[in-house]
Design a protein around this ligand. Sequence first.
Ligand code: G
Ligand code: G
Ligand code: NA
Ligand code: MN
Length: 248
Amino acid sequence: AELEGLLKNAIGSGAIEAVFQPLVSASTGAVTGLEALARWKTATGNVSPEIFIPLAERCGLIDALGVHMLRTSIGHAKSWPDLTLSVNVSPIQLCNPEFAAQVIAILQELDFDPNRLTLEITEGVLMTNPDQARRSIDQLKRVGIKFALDDFGCGYASIGALRQFGFDRMKIDRSLVSALDVTSNGADILRATISLATALQIPVTAEGIENTRQAAILREAGCDQLQGYMLGKPMSACDISSRLREES
Ligand code: G
Ligand code: G
Ligand code: NA
Ligand code: MN
């Protein structure tokens, strides 16, 4: 209950910040996009998003947190005009009938091209409230916003969800990528998963790439985009700008 009050203040005062992790072209190695991730720094240390995101979902603060993350990450992304911006959206936000209109209003207010924005969602929402999820997704896709199915391969990842909701991209969960280091059939499982997406004409991002062997296997299997500590850790907006300057 105490943490709940602190979180509410943190959202209101801007103490929740966005960091950005590079999304890299598998063929050229260039940064083509960024995923925004929420960070909460307090006087006594950082609170992990694994703690405060579920807390925000439980205590009715996730809509406010989500709006704050969209605004701040879009504000920063305006200074990186050639890159796409991916923002995580909680299932609870997507089930809010006002969500789509809120996102569209923020894009207009900040004058940000909807075609540059990808919303990342996990599939839980598609099972619990498919009708509202579909309405939100359809409304946002009509204005050009893209959708990525996050954490594919852990949980109930289904072919049905990829097709029915019109996802623009699949993100392979990092547990499947780390399995490459410890299991003998990991590469076969990844290749099968990527073939599935390719058959549906959905491009694939692999998450959690930590070494060159993983990157080589995924590139060869047909992933067009890579993400992970090897290619770039989540960084402050300032550090992203330096990295982009180094590359150009
Ligand atoms: O940043 P990190 O990889 O530690 O994130 C841990 C978890 O928190 C991940 O599942 C990630 O998707 C989630 N997360 C991070 N930032 C946000 C955010 O802004 N909104 C939502 N809904 N989830 C987030
Ligand atoms: O659920 P989602 O895919 O949004 O989670 C992203 C989380 O994964 C973030 O907390 C981010 O910090 C973390 N992450 C990103 N790249 C790597 C990586 O290469 N290895 C590990 N272990 N975690 C990563
Ligand atoms: Na994500
Ligand atoms: Mn993920």
